[in-house]
Design a binder for this molecule. Sequence first.
Ligand SMILES: *[C@@H]1O[C@H](CO)[C@@H](O)[C@H](O)[C@H]1NC(C)=O
Length: 323
Amino acid sequence: MDAFLTFGVSLVFIFLSLRTTNQSSGSDALWSRWWTYTGQAGPRFWGNLSPDWSLCATGKYQSPIDIKPRALLFDPSLRRLTLEIPITIHGTLVNTGRDVTLVVDESSYSSLNISDGPLMYHYRVAQIKLHFGSEDDHGSEHTIEGTPFSAEIQLVAYNTDIYSSFREALQAPYGIAIVSVFAEIGQPVNEAFKTMATFAQRILWKGQSTRVETIPAKALFPNTNYYVTYEGSLTQPGCYETVTWVIFNKPIYISKDMLTSLRRLQQGINDDPSNTVANNNRPIMPINNRVIRTNINHQGTSTSNICGMTRYTFYQINPSLDV
Ligand SMILES: *[C@@H]1O[C@H](CO)[C@@H](O)[C@H](O)[C@H]1NC(C)=O
């Protein structure tokens, strides 16, 4: 099989690279070309692919997770998230072979800032990543009560109070905050997602990129002040446990056409229907002894539900966790 051959070849490369480079600096550069979401270089093996990626196998604070509404802890000290949103953001949209990533321009006038909520520092969005499925009934990384959404938009921000670059923050304490928004088919369609899905048609092959100048930044966020938060990791190698996740309780809406566009994107540089970027979600990871907190206070209103979806079971705070 092709994939297996590729794997063998890349093994040789990684050994060569380990011998010739310092292990901690850039030894994953080659592997970063080969890891995948299925097969021999898939999630179960990420931890073995590079010495820098051991947390993918051994970490106890990994992401994504399944969010169980009944097990959420209402934390009255959680503040509203403060968002400083420019009118538009711009950057370079890249087909990474694993996802669609908008690498946001560094220029401060376009910077989208996130603070407060569960965060102790100021964070600036550096990348926006799209995860989506080959069918409408899955695609998101996080799930609610076992149910995925069609897509998940992750705004990956880094701590600008302490760290001077995104790269530095990735592996550093309190380095990263990821604001996550679920997307599902519905109306009105989200203009920010639409812009990215449209421009994605120019980057069908891995490694291709295109400039996007006018993403309406405000549209990235659903109209809600409520969220769920927990301490976790990057969902891609090296799975560093530096991430405070903030997941809004409402989805945004997208069209079937947008998903169809994204599903054309290829993991490689050939048109291979079995090798599309879609289904780029890491499997659910154990919560272990983490507490998943929320600022949604449902005491007395047991009929509310998370994500504004009636299809979910009633939302109830676990009384044994209540503060
Ligand atoms: C985000 O923060 C930076 C640095 O403090 C600032 O220059 C920029 O104007 C902020 N962005 C917005 C939209 O306020």
